[in-house]
Design a protein around this ligand. Structure first.
Ligand code: ADP
Length: 487
């Protein structure tokens, strides 16, 4: 069924990629199934690989990296350019594969493919500009030079919510810098990663520079990634809990880490905001990907004097959303990824209602059944409710009321997370005061969409370390070496 939707059915594979070889069965013969969350249909059966196979992929990457690093930046750039062009040319097919395994509406899936492609383009361009330094020496007979070299083999673990873009963001800077990658996509959504690898191969990326290990046993693969001496960096996007496990595991080797972890984004609407713009921003920031992004607005704080007006305008928009299979025309909200996610959403709503909140819109599983949940608004939300502290990862907009700027900044910062944040205001002094006071890696001001390959994406506090995208993004994949020459 998946193949009939594609112009190029060969973009779907049921094999993993190790050292340039497409491997159809795991060493121990185990497989796992990938299902479409909209229908429950099985769409592929993949090898369920173990540690030994992860180790083989690391060996292959280790060998390939030595050669890849010798290529000039311009040569590496040419491959990434070609990959970008192939991603764009095949965007419709890649989007269909993504919607099939992850559920997001097809238009959003295509947006993700183009966003992933943009990272590939950007880092391809940057590959030529990995500049070092010459430093005025401290002694007459010395010459001081700084060079940048690829870190080596990079292991990448990625989540299911952006199966293409989260991997593209990691492999592009790694490959640009001259590293080789061993990736493990989420077991829910491995097909997008595999089609990305297929296209990388077609773009001329040498065997072994990009490997994709498919497995349901994430913890076994994670152990190999953190304990194998040939791995020099681990880049991870996922939950803070798993990020901490990987950091602990990597500690013994002082493993270099890139961590894009959970968020709990505040979205603040001040009384001088353009309310219609704020509603638009809340819609994209909250409901994009069905609330399943790490920078989704999780707590909406609205100043008292505009609270009711904002809630009303938001309710009108949210009531008009169409839930359903991402392939159906007009659908702008797909299913949640799994039953576990449905339960968490229900739990957050029930807890809020128990403690006095109201549900003007949604609040229940959708009549379509399966993994479909109604886009929901909660009003009268208070800081003692679960939803105030935990990342919901679902289509609920909880509206908190506040009176003063000081109060809302304290509430917004009262979390262990520090990834995305948003606020709407017009007063220029307030804009700077609030932007500087928010303890977050990213602040959207009068906008709900902040992700772009040209800017640094990343968090502070327990939301992670390192940055993806922008001129800073390559720093995570190079080591600085200082040469002291006596003449
Ligand atoms: P989510 O809640 O979004 O699924 P996770 O952090 O559980 O977030 O998953 C993100 C990625 O981390 C996935 O690829 C998953 O398979 C992987 N993962 C989960 N547990 C572990 C672990 N113990 N070690 C390594 N990777 C893991």
């Amino acid at each position: 069924k998946i193949l009939s939707k594609l112009k190029d059915p060969s973009l779907v594979t049921d094999r993993a990629l190790i050292g340039g070889i497409w491997v159809g069965a795991s060493d121990h013969g185990k497989t796992f199934e990938v299902t479409n969350p909209s229908t429950g249909d099985v769409i592929a059966t993949l090898p369920d690989m173990n540690r030994a196979e992860a180790a083989r992929a690391i060996d292959a990457a280790y060998l390939a990296q030595k050669q890849w690093a010798k290529r000039t930046g311009k040569e590496r750039a040419a491959v990434l350019r070609k990959l970008h062009d192939l991603l764009v040319a095949n965007a419709d097919d890649l989007a269909a594969i993504l919607t099939m395994e992850m559920g997001k509406p097809i238009a959003e899936a295509k947006g993700e493919i183009l966003s992933g492609a943009a990272y590939v383009e950007w880092f391809g361009e940057e590959a030529k500009r990995v500049y070092g330094d010459t430093i005025p020496a401290h002694q007459q007979d010395k010459r001081l030079i700084v060079i940048k070299q690829p870190v080596g083999v990079v292991a990448a673990i990625t989540p299911w919510n952006f199966p293409n873009a989260m991997l593209a963001r990691k492999l592009a800077p790694a490959i640009a810098a001259g590293c080789a990658v061993v990736s493990k996509p989420a077991a829910e959504t491995p097909l997008s990663a595999l089609s990305l690898a297929l296209l990388a191969e077609r773009a001329g990326l040498p065997a072994g520079v990009l490997n994709v290990v498919t497995s349901q046993d994430a913890s076994a693969i994670g152990k190999e990634f953190t304990e194998n001496d040939k791995v020099r960096k681990l880049t991870f996007t996922g939950s803070t809990g798993v990020g901490k496990i990987l950091m602990r595991q990597g500690a013994d080797k002082v493993l270099k880490l890139g961590m894009e972890l959970g968020g709990n984004a505040p979205f603040i609407v001040f009384d001088d905001a353009d309310l219609d713009a704020a509603v638009e921003g809340a819609m994209v920031s909250k409901y994009r990907n069905n609330g399943q992004t790490c920078i989704c607005a999780n707590r909406l704080y609205v100043q008292s004097s505009v609270y009711d007006a904002f809630a009303e305008k938001l309710a009108a928009k949210v009531s008009a959303m169409k839930v359903g299979d991402g392939f159906e025309p007009g659908v702008n909200t797909g299913p949640l990824i799994a039953e576990k996610a449905m339960v968490k959403v229900e739990e957050h709503i029930a807890d809020a209602l128990d403690k006095g909140a109201s549900v003007p819109v949604g609040g229940k599983r959708d009549a379509l059944g399966g993994l479909f949940f109604q886009p929901t608004i909660l009003t009268g939300v208070k800081s003692n409710m679960k939803i105030a502290r935990e990342e919901t990862f679902g289509p609920i907009a909880p509206l908190f009321r506040f009176d003063t700027e000081e109060e809302v900044i304290a509430m917004a910062n009262n979390t262990e997370y520090g990834l995305g944040s948003y606020f709407y205001a017009k007063d220029l002094s307030r804009v700077f005061r609030v932007a500087e006071a928010l303890e977050y890696g990213m602040v959207g001001i009068n906008t709900g969409l902040i992700t772009t390959e040209v800017a640094p994406f990343g968090g502070i506090k327990q939301s992670g370390q390192g940055r993806e995208g922008s001129k800073y993004g390559l720093d995570d994949y190079v080591e600085i070496k200082y040469l002291c020459l006596s003449i």
